[in-house]
Design a protein around this ligand. Structure first.
Ligand code: AMP
Ligand code: ZN
Length: 464
């Protein structure tokens, strides 16, 4: 697969470290509030990337963190911890805030058909990992203690500016606001690895460490969690473009200084969702969440459809007009795909599968993937069966529920009956009684109910 690599500033063929398997790390949410649909655009793109790689035959090992401590209001180690701000806002403990918004994020992912990564780990569950890394960075001279905190010395890491491709003066102008107020640092871009009470004495989440009771910086958590679950070398690391500096730059500096070798080969960054004021954020303009879209009558998948029609790397400007356009197009598309008859023979599908693979290969060209759905629908040389087959295949990556029967259109009693049969079939499969499991599948098929097995489990389609 060809993808744009921020590190080399080129489109490159992904060559995995271990043949057939891709180690992928994606920065997770800071769970101090609901995710806005801009955050979720990034997770949709990462989801399509993972599913696209699966479609090409790779197994993807994906890990994501949940930031429940350490992310300060200013990325340059200034301001309070975002979790603390939220607990004051809502009069709850930081742990309650984290649990509540993690669950809300998971619900949003489900509504948008974003697969939950194989491993999701909370920053607060990996404190020993950060202590181990920081201890070595201090021993090898990459880190120093100042005013009770531990900082990474960015002047010790020669490739510090490689990922951002910007020089120090240029960056200094760009982040001037963020870096002004920590006099404990030796150099302006140095960043906190561990904070103690000397910095914030009202921090609720604290742990003992060799440097005093305190808590980790934000960047160290991603390095620690990625190394713990994926080992010393990563194939792909993703995030939105604002993570390039300082977050990913700092992740590289501390990880490579700790490991003594290159850490990650491909850095993939997603473009912003903008609103009319610029980058969408939680604090400016209307706070656009998935629930708000639902309240206004939009299917969350219409938003997914909207995102898939743009190139992940570019920014996308949101307006209700373009969402209405996406909603109309998506509804019309569903009207076509869901009424396709399972008729004729399965044939002539290979060239479409190849074209779909080409679209994935071509730096994740999702709008081309969507166009191929329309091409299949229009193609008079394809049977209904072939169209359904192809659309079902494409939907493994697009995840737009293009063929899935809508629950509200089927009788509840019938639904309960099918679910009971699926459970019996799962049991038969577990007991390796494949004769019985096939028999159940065929009985249902004879009644016009087709079972669809996916990695997430078995679903069904009513086909007549
Ligand atoms: P946060 O929960 O603030 O840590 O952000 C979660 C993810 O969303 C990070 O990868 C951010 O870089 C990304 N992000 C934040 N704002 C936007 C936006 N307007 N558009 C796309 N991604 C964003
Ligand atoms: Zn991260």
């Amino acid at each position: 697969m060809i993808i744009y690599n921020t590190l080399t500033k080129k489109q490159e063929e992904i060559i995995p470290i271990n043949a057939g398997i891709i180690n992928m790390y994606t920065c997770g949410p800071t769970v101090y509030h609901y995710a806005h649909i801009g955050n979720l655009r990034t997770y949709i793109s990462e989801d399509v990337l993972e599913k696209g790689l699966n479609f090409l035959g790779y197994k993807v090992n994906r890990v994501m963190n949940i930031t429940d401590v350490g992310h300060l209001v200013g990325d340059g180690d200034s301001g309070e911890d975002k979790m603390l701000v939220a607990s004051e806002r809502e009069h709850k403990s930081a742990y309650e805030i984290a649990d509540y918004y993690t669950k809300a994020f998971k619900d949003d992912c489900q509504k948008l058909n974003i697969k939950w990564p194989d491993t999701v780990s909370k920053a607060t569950d990996n404190i020993e990992e950060y202590i181990k890394i920081i201890t070595k960075l201090l021993e090898t001279g990459y880190a120093y203690i100042s005013a009770g905190n531990v900082y990474f010395d960015t002047t010790k890491f020669p490739n510090y500016y490689e990922l951002s491709g910007r020089n120090a003066d240029d960056l200094m102008v760009a982040v001037r606001e963020d870096i002004k107020d920590d006099e404990a640092k030796k150099n302006p871009f140095d960043f906190g690895l561990w904070f103690t009470n000397s910095k914030f004495n009202n921090q609720e989440m604290q742990w003992d460490s060799p440097w005093g009771r305190g808590y980790p910086g934000w960047h160290i958590e991603c390095s620690g969690i990625a190394m713990k679950y994926l080992g010393e070398r990563l194939d792909i690391h993703c995030g939105a473009e604002d993570a390039i500096f300082p977050h990913h730059t700092n992740e590289i500096a501390q990880s490579e200084s700790y490991l003594g070798h290159k850490w990650c080969n491909y850095w993939v960054h997603m473009g912003f969702l903008n609103d009319l004021n610029g980058k969408m954020s939680k604090s400016s303009g209307e706070f656009l969440t998935v629930s708000l879209l639902e309240e206004k009558g939009y299917d969350p998948l219409a938003y997914r459809y909207l995102c898939l029609n743009s190139y992940y790397h570019n920014s996308l400007t949101f307006s209700y007009d373009i969402l209405d356009g996406a909603k109309n197009a998506y509804t019309k598309l569903l009207n076509k795909t869901k009424t396709l008859k399972d008729e004729g023979t399965l044939e002539n599908y290979e060239s479409y599968i190849d074209k779909f693979k080409d679209a994935i290969n071509n730096d994740l060209n999702t709008s081309m993937m969507v166009t191929l759905v329309y091409d299949v629908l229009k193609d008079d040389n394809l049977s209904g069966k072939t169209k359904r087959y192809l659309i079902n295949e494409f939907d493994k990556v697009l995840s737009l529920d293009l063929l899935k029967a809508q629950d509200n259109t089927i009788d509840l009693e019938l639904k309960a009956y099918i679910e009971e049969k699926i459970a019996l079939r799962n049991e038969a499969k577990q007991n390796k009684d494949y004769q019985l499991s096939d028999q159940i599948r065929d009985e249902l098929l004879a009644k016009g109910i087709k079972l669809v097995d996916t990695r997430e489990g078995t679903s069904f389609e009513i086909i007549k």
